[in-house]
Design a protein around this ligand. Structure first.
Ligand SMILES: Cc1cc2nc3c(=O)[nH]c(=O)nc-3n(C[C@H](O)[C@H](O)[C@H](O)COP(=O)(O)O)c2cc1C
Length: 190
């Protein structure tokens, strides 16, 4: 079984990231052979990076870092669900990325962004570029949701339109190929 981690970027009280994230989680259940886990960075509640050593050394001092490292280390693929804050992805996601190094490496990632008229695309572009520093390979098949608020119903569920569902289908179709390929690269079996 591959392990897929869906990571929601925002931490503010009242954040809507988990509403979008839960839809991503339920959509990803279609993926045969994947065990899906949803991670809300607001729940995870990592402090600002407080480790004394470069993460490459993996000399983690704090329990929160050890737990975070174990969770990311066991992952085979990611989907980042990101808000757009001031034309970029939220700082807590950057902080969560910076905590670790090797644990991220040689793994593929889908990106789902949401926002107003921009659909979070500036956050998407920022995150996509930054992921290469962690040797995470972002997939071309992104999902960018404009005016996402209008797709949240009275029960607080995200109900996508056709365009967003098609984008999800494309991501679901690609993710297994990259996950299998990156496993070979990670284990240096090519
Ligand atoms: C600090 C802050 C900055 C924001 N900047 C943007 C922005 O640059 N572009 C955008 O489309 N929406 C922006 N918004 C509106 C967000 O799209 C909206 O509040 C969304 O719900 C934020 O995600 P969250 O609920 O998961 O925190 C911003 C919201 C906050 C709180």
């Amino acid at each position: 079984m591959f392990k897929l981690k869906i990571i929601s970027s925002s931490v503010r009280p009242g954040r809507k990231g988990p509403i979008v994230g839960k839809w991503v989680e339920s959509s990803m259940q279609q993926l045969a052979g994947f065990e899906v886990e949803f991670i809300d960075l607001g729940e995870l509640n990592l402090p600002m990076m407080d480790e004394p050593y470069h993460p490459r050394m993996q000399k983690y001092q704090h329990e929160h870092t050890k737990a975070w490292a174990a969770k990311i280390d066991e992952a085979d693929a990611f989907v980042f669900v990101t808000a757009e804050y001031d034309y970029n992805y939220p700082a807590p996601l950057r902080n969560a990325l910076e905590y670790l190094s090797k644990e991220w490496a040689y793994k593929p990632a889908g990106i789902v962004s949401y926002g107003g008229i921009s659909a979070g695309t500036r956050a998407f572009v920022g995150l996509k570029g930054d992921l290469s520093s962690f040797r995470v390979v972002p997939l071309m098949e992104s999902i960018n949701i404009p005016f996402f608020d209008q797709f949240i119903n009275d029960s607080g569920e995200f109900v996508p339109n056709n365009a967003t569902m098609k984008a999800m289908d494309a991501l679901i179709a690609e993710l297994p190929r990259w996950t299998k390929g990156m496993q070979l690269i990670r284990e240096n079996r090519l």
